[in-house]
Design a protein around this ligand. Structure first.
Ligand code: MLT
Length: 285
């Protein structure tokens, strides 16, 4: 889950949270790059995915109006808060007090919940290909349809229908190895874990009201051609998070970090370097 290299400075730790239905391997280029730049990188598999496929699955609706029931659901289910709690536990195990939290899409939802639950543990925030509002009814129904599809035909149909939206035209033409890696990740996902995550995402909070209260340096990243979480979603977050900067990655759709790893890494490194400077020294976004 970690790169094994470490710096003594907690401020140099960064947690990379993968999207759905992927796993930690989507961060390969970032793990290599950030490790080479002396950062301590944690890239965990989230509940239901990769090595965490055996973790407890979604068993109950996590009703935001009932704190006790929600707390129980978080302990036993695949909720975004539960995933955030797993990240905090991992950081405890590794004696990391504070880290930069970077999440892509579903990983971004987990980053929002982590920031809400453990604000003192976040040194900076990177929100890539994600959005703040919760799902509307239609979007929830689409998730439940996917859950049904996974139950009847596993991940094959999901791979076929989602791949065209995940990657930019140029990626399909010029980077067949990236297309193959993304397809493989989807096909290798445990359908039960993926179904649980879909239900967990449908039950997630609306993070829009958190934005004005996020008092942290934040980098918002989006692919110019992302049809899933388009530029407008990124602008919505950037306009409301006071200390944020926006990076739009060209020739990329949803999987910015895999499609354009150099541009993604450059933006992340530039952001991390501003955090190393004394307070107040960051250039305006
Ligand atoms: C992801 O890439 O994690 C998903 O697109 C998130 C979502 O379905 O909302």
């Amino acid at each position: 889950m970690t790169n094994g290299n470490k710096s003594d400075d907690d401020g140099a730790a960064i947690v990379l949270l993968h999207g759905y239905p992927f796993d930690r391997s989507m961060w390969r280029e970032q793990i290599d790059f950030l490790t080479a730049n002396e950062f301590r990188v944690l890239a965990p598999d989230l509940r239901g995915f990769g090595e965490m496929s055996g973790k407890p699955q979604f068993v109950a609706d996590a009703d935001p109006g009932d704190p006790e029931r929600r707390a129980e659901a978080c302990r036993t289910s695949t909720t975004m808060e539960g995933m955030a709690g797993d990240v905090a536990e991992l950081m405890d195990k590794l004696a990391i007090d504070q880290a930069v939290i970077c999440g892509l899409s579903m990983g971004g939802y987990v980053a929002f919940d982590f920031t809400h639950l453990f604000p003192e543990r976040v040194r900076g925030l990177i929100l890539a290909g994600t959005r703040a509002p919760a799902d509307n009814e239609e979007e929830k129904q689409a998730r439940f349809q996917q859950v049904e599809q996974m139950r009847t035909s596993g991940m094959d149909e999901i791979a076929r229908s989602t791949l065209p939206k995940l990657l930019a035209r140029r990626t399909f033409h010029e980077k067949p190895e990236v297309v193959a890696r993304v397809r493989e990740m989807i096909l290798n996902a445990n359908p039960q874990g993926a179904a649980a995550a879909q239900r967990g995402m449908a039950a997630r909070r609306d993070y829009s009201d958190d934005l004005a209260g996020i008092n942290l340096p934040t980098l918002v990243i989006v692919g110019r051609e992302d049809p899933i979480r388009p530029v407008a979603d990124a602008k919505f977050m950037h306009e409301r998070i006071r200390d944020s900067r926006l990076e739009i990655i060209e020739d990329a759709a949803h999987m910015t970090n895999m499609e354009q790893p150099e541009a993604f890494n450059k933006a992340v490194l530039g952001f991390l370097q501003t955090l190393a400077k004394p307070a107040g020294a960051s250039p305006p976004s």
